[in-house]
Design a protein around this ligand. Structure first.
Ligand code: GCV
Length: 701
């Protein structure tokens, strides 16, 4: 018996030793697992016997090392980095070449035959080319006749971290902050470099490391040293560091009596601060500012405008070529006003009044990162001001890190929206990439979904959102599908049927979420943590922080009237856009309740009444999570077991919560609509009172 047990222990430990390493998701899309197909591996290896690097540039060195790391994994051998080809052909040559007319500053070109030459006008361009070449191999494409040219369409492609000095992250769902402020600048966590690698691989070239609800501590000498230490890690990856600033910092840490942007002493304080920063961080990117918004102080406290505030900071940064990114996310506590209109009302009159190194950063929609929003009207109405676009990658309103929502379709929906500012085809993408109004300064930002969780994003599939943001920031013409497929192949599996299945899951996930959460243009059915359903919530310190303010359910119907008979927010759009959305008969169903108060019995273009259509969406949305689960079960054999279990568990929770959302909405709205649940759907098992209690428990917890 003793020997049998010993034998069993030995056998299981041997089996375990031989089992493939479990993948904890840390490597993201830079896994570089050995290519299974030996002939493809051999073909790649023949084309890449060595890497030629003839430069001391830190960024080029990074490019060579990244290539070496990637090839080591994919090909199972170390490809040497050499200073010269020594007359041999067939290697990979990394080359900065300022004479390439088809490239912009960070673009790259890859040509094969006889050598594979990866060139850029700048070292950063070569680095992006190196990652593009690896991506080509990871996605199994031939390299015999390479002729790739790619230029980023937007200059500043950045992540915004809403991270605080105490390590917490506002709206972060994947652990705590990546930045260990208490250890910096002395200890450099190796993870900082891995963060930079991941970003550079998708073309991100800037990062704002602290929360827009900013602490002035970040501008103290103590913190600037810490920030400089991070900048040193990011620099070889072509990434610049930026800081969110607290507007009254001249008072809080500078000892001045005022932070008035027209006060000479305040101006001097900021100019001195900029000098201090650039001494430590010569390539510092600039400031991001949230001012006079949600309780944050700003220039209006001194009867000055947003332009006055932004321009003062811009002047301080201009000698160093730094920029100011001034956010347009503002809304006053006026319950009678329509919050939808607030940002436009404040910013439109300032068009053309900003300094050249200011960019106004606008959220994709007029409210706040809802699961579906129409594009912000500002994009069509400020032609004389460079506008940056802010997306939210972290899933504040998208089920945190539990629900699967692939966000590329959200990003694309906004980018492809037509503002008509210069006639048909004036998409948001063309506004923000500068091509429509010839802005030299262009920017796009994503509020990061990263954190200290080992797999970076909590939900393993939420990595695809970070990835998709970067790829679209580089090239907004890429399709959601192509990005999903690419990410799946690089991260999860290269087996074609499973790649297809996961790609389909990702592509459908956003619409599924919208259906059980906020269909037909509903918005903000929650308060507080932004997670649990609370469409009944009607009390708060501000009316626009209640749920009923947004959906306006009553005995006659549902939805916010933003036509001329209501708030007339539609007037903020160009006439061509107004025409599409103004008429409830022709307004596309996904936006219907954003703009119209629709009677319950109204027949919609789908052929169903409003009530029936809502129920259909709530029920099919919740049911579709079951479909996601079934799809995921099919890929089990091709996906790492740890990742598989992790996603399966989260989908099970999502299924439960989707039904919770459905029940909450249906039972609540039924009190106004006074109609039965249409067939074939079944009445929820619980009562409205029970759902409310379950939400209450959630909120207390
Ligand atoms: C950083 C929303 C979020 C806030 C966030 C704010 C903003 O209101 O709930 O957490 O604050 O947007 O974008 O400034």
């Amino acid at each position: 018996m003793k020997y049998t047990l010993l034998f069993f222990v030995l056998l299981t430990s041997l089996c375990h030793a031989g089992a493939p390493d479990r993948d904890d998701g840390y490597r993201l899309w830079l896994k570089y697992d050995l290519i299974n197909d030996a002939s493809r591996r051999a073909a790649y290896a023949r084309s890449a016997p060595f890497i030629v690097l003839n430069s001391n540039s830190p960024v080029l060195k990074t490019a060579a090392e990244e290539l070496q790391t990637g090839l080591r994994g994919l090909l199972g051998k170390t490809v040497p980095i050499v200073a010269s080809a020594g007359g041999k052909t067939g290697g990979i040559i990394l080359k900065t070449d300022t004479s390439l007319p088809q490239l912009n500053d960070e673009g790259y070109q890859i040509r094969s035959q006889p050598n594979i030459t990866i060139s850029g006008k700048t070292d950063a361009g070569v680095l992006y080319g190196a990652f593009a070449f690896l991506r080509h191999l990871q996605t199994g494409q031939p390299i015999g006749n390479l002729a790739l040219t790619s230029n980023p369409k937007i200059r500043v492609r950045m992540l915004n971290h809403w991270d605080n000095t105490d390590g917490s992250i506002e709206r972060g769902y994947a652990g705590s902050s990546l930045w260990k402020w208490y250890e910096l600048p002395e200890r450099i966590d190796p993870r900082y470099r891995d963060y930079a690698r991941a970003n550079a691989s998708i073309g991100i070239n800037g990062t704002v490391v602290n929360n827009v609800n900013a602490s002035s501590r970040f501008l103290t000498a103590e913190y600037l040293e810490k920030v400089a230490a991070l900048a040193n890690v990011f620099r070889p990856y072509g990434i610049k560091i930026y800081l969110s600033v607290y507007f009254p910092a001249p008072k809080t840490i500078g000892g001045l009596k005022t932070a008035d942007p027209l006060d000479p002493e305040v101006n001097k304080w900021w100019a001195d601060k900029a000098n201090e920063i650039y001494k430590l961080i010569p390539d510092f990117g600039g400031f991001l500012v949230k001012a006079n918004s949600e309780g944050q102080p700003g220039p209006q406290d001194y009867n000055r405008t947003h332009a006055d505030g932004a321009n003062m900071l811009a002047k301080a940064l201009a000698p160093h070529k730094g920029i100011v990114i001034w956010r347009a996310f503002v809304y006053k506590a006026d319950g009678k006003a329509d919050r939808f209109k607030a940002a436009y009302d404040e910013f439109k009159p300032l068009d053309g009044q900003f300094e050249k190194n200011v960019i106004v950063q606008v959220k994709n929609g007029p409210i706040d990162f809802q699961p579906r929003e129409p594009f912000s009207p500002i994009f069509g109405m400020m032609p004389q001001t460079p506008l940056g676009l802010e997306f939210q990658i972290t899933q504040e309103y998208l089920g945190f890190a539990t629900h699967l929502v692939y966000e590329a379709p959200i990003f694309k929906e906004c980018l492809d929206s037509d503002t008509y500012v210069k006639g048909k085809g004036s998409t948001v993408a063309k506004v923000i990439d500068g091509s429509l109004h010839n802005y030299p300064l262009t920017a796009i930002a994503g509020v990061a979904n990263t954190g200290s969780d080992r797999n970076w994003t909590g939900h393993p599939l939420a990595q695809a959102n970070w990835y998709a943001f970067g790829r679209l920031a580089w090239d907004h013409t890429l399709s959601s599908e192509a990005i999903a497929r690419e990410w799946t192949q690089m991260t999860l599996t290269t087996e074609p049927p499973s790649v297809k299945t996961v790609t389909e899951m990702l592509l459908k996930s956003r619409e599924i979420y919208v259906n059980y959460n906020t269909p037909l243009g509903l918005s903000r059915p929650w308060t507080g943590a932004h997670f649990a359903p609370e469409p009944w919530q009607n009390r708060s310190s501000r009316p626009d922080w209640t749920a009923v303010y947004y959906h306006r359910a009553d005995s006659t119907g549902l939805g916010f009237d933003r036509t001329t008979s209501g708030s007339n927010a539609l007037a903020q759009y160009r006439p061509e856009v107004q025409q599409q959305w103004n008429n409830p008969e022709t307004c596309p169903l996904p936006y219907l309740l954003w703009f119209h108060h629709v009677p319950w019995a109204k027949k919609l273009s789908s052929g169903r009444t409003l009530w029936d259509e809502l129920c259909t969406r709530f029920y099919t949305g919740a049911d579709s999570v079951g479909w996601l689960q079934k799809q995921w079960a099919q890929v089990k054999k091709d996906v790492d077991p740890e990742t598989f279990d992790n996603v399966a568990g989260r989908l099970a929770t999502q299924q439960k919560e989707a039904i919770w959302w459905r029940d909450a909405w249906v039972l609540y709205l039924q009190e106004f609509a006074r109609q039965p649940i249409p067939k074939p759907f079944k009445k929820p098992d619980r009562t409205l009172k029970e759902v409310k209690e379950s939400v209450q428990v959630y909120l207390v917890r």
